[in-house]
Ligand binder design. Sequence first.
Ligand code: G6P
Length: 611
Amino acid sequence: MCGIVAYIGQRDAHEVIIKGLKRLEYRGYDSAGIAVFNGGLNVYKKKGKVADLEAHVEGVALSSKIGIGHTRWATHGEPNDVNAHPHLSGSGKLAMIHNGIIENYASLKKDLISKGHVFESDTDSEVMIHFIEDIWENEGCSLEEAVRLALNKIIGAYAIAIISKDNPNQLIAARKGSPLVIGVGEKEFFLASDATPIVEYTNEVVYLNDLEIAVIENGELKIKTNEDTALTPYIQTLDINLEAIEKGGYEHFMLKEIFEQPKSISDCMRGRVNSQNGTVKLGGIYEYKNKLLSAERIIILACGTSWHAGLVAEYFFEEYCRIPVEVEYASEFRYRKPVIKEGDVVIVISQSGETADSLAAIELAKSKGAIIFGVCNAVGSSIARMSHEGAYTHAGPEIGVASTKAFTAQLTVLSMIAMMVAHEKGNITVSRFHELLTELETIPQKIEKALELNDEIKVISEIFKDARNFLYLGRGYNFPVALEGALKLKEISYIHAEGYPAAEMKHGPIALIDEEMPVVFIATRDSSYDKVVSNIQEVKARKGRVIAVVTEGDALIPKMAEFVIEVPATDEALMPLVSVIPLQLLAYHIAVLRGCNVDQPRNLAKSVTVE
Ligand code: G6P
């Protein structure tokens, strides 16, 4: 959460920063601010979006060759002008932006207050910059050294950038637990929480690692560890282009990303699946592949939508690989003293690759000797780098806060892994393996077909846009799809929605059903079809309003449901890739009709880098 951008070079820093903050706004959008050298070190900040900050500084001469900017997702202190970043040190000589949480801020603050420091905001970040300055003044050392000494006493997560009144040619940055990418140009440098603000200027980047400090001065980048060891910056080349991070004619990023799914899934499979030769090759899984093949159990760790992808994978791995799977919320796993044995296999799923709980959970599993396979979308992200091996989802940057194309790409990668394991272990026949591969290759066309339902779903959305509650029900592989459908709706439309296994409805949710309750059934033709049909009858008998996602040509359910949405048939194990599409569209249209900010829903952030 929170997006940070900084610049040093010959361009107008404020232009680079404002543009960059807009690209990072998906990370937080309750307030924004910028600090530049325009005749002195000045800070401008405003509650609201980056556009509000822009309006606030209209007419102010902001021209500067160095600057730092921030878009905030509040943790400590309500979203207002004062709590917005950048924060100044006590003397006003230092300005800092921070993404993360300082856990020992209360004790540091107490000490600093006793030394006479006065704080303006309620944030942990302001404490951090006061603390740095306090060391700087008392030790009489360089600023760089003061930052290093301070960071060694700070507990928590941070990605920071600091500029100082005394030296307008120097930018200092550091990270621990929150992402920070440095774009390397011709005698200019860009710093950001991810590469999207950087990509239009340079494709050469350095990913700062945890416990590293970067000092950029006089056109040179130096990196050292928190223990004062100098390192050689490792420059990598970015593989994203500008179109991938723009709306491309769509009204919202979310809609663009929903419609991109046939392509993102094809990209995800490219060079990996070949049904003609009967192969699945995942380049990132080789050295530890045997661990996966011989695993006695698999633990899947994830949060949010990625956790739902993990639940689908559980069905797949258990059915086809015959390996027991536990799917865990990373946030629970990390604190509940889980039993992890040397050689246990952990699959961590994360779009951003930066989710704090997922990171901490794999750190724990790794420390106990588990082998970590990462399924991440963001290339070079912390989770990707921390995993032993893994497979990228290659869905391209996902900007809409509600995850769509990353989810289906995760399902694709997880299916490929499961098929590979099942085949190599000899758990499935060669013909069944070929059948699954061939079917997987048809998924992009089937999604294309499901996307043609857009107008039909818009009509259904009009009818239900004022509902106060929604129930989503499914069984088997479609149960996690019910959870995902409900999550999409509540995230972006603020309608209360619950996903349940259809049979569990009788143990509680059925009490909620009356003539006002829309119930979305994911009722495609599969092994639990007949059971789901009975569940639909139970809802009908209580006058619930049934919207059913069914397989094309279904003759029975259309007689019972008020609305049916027909999706192309596919293998039961792959159906979530198709059946989730109408649910994404339903949530999208309802949210738009309710006037909600679809790409930046209230209180949410795309990348949750705080626990
Ligand atoms: C946030 C996002 C969700 C995402 C979840 C996990 O809540 O808004 O869309 O599913 O984090 O994120 P990850 O990047 O680890 O998949």
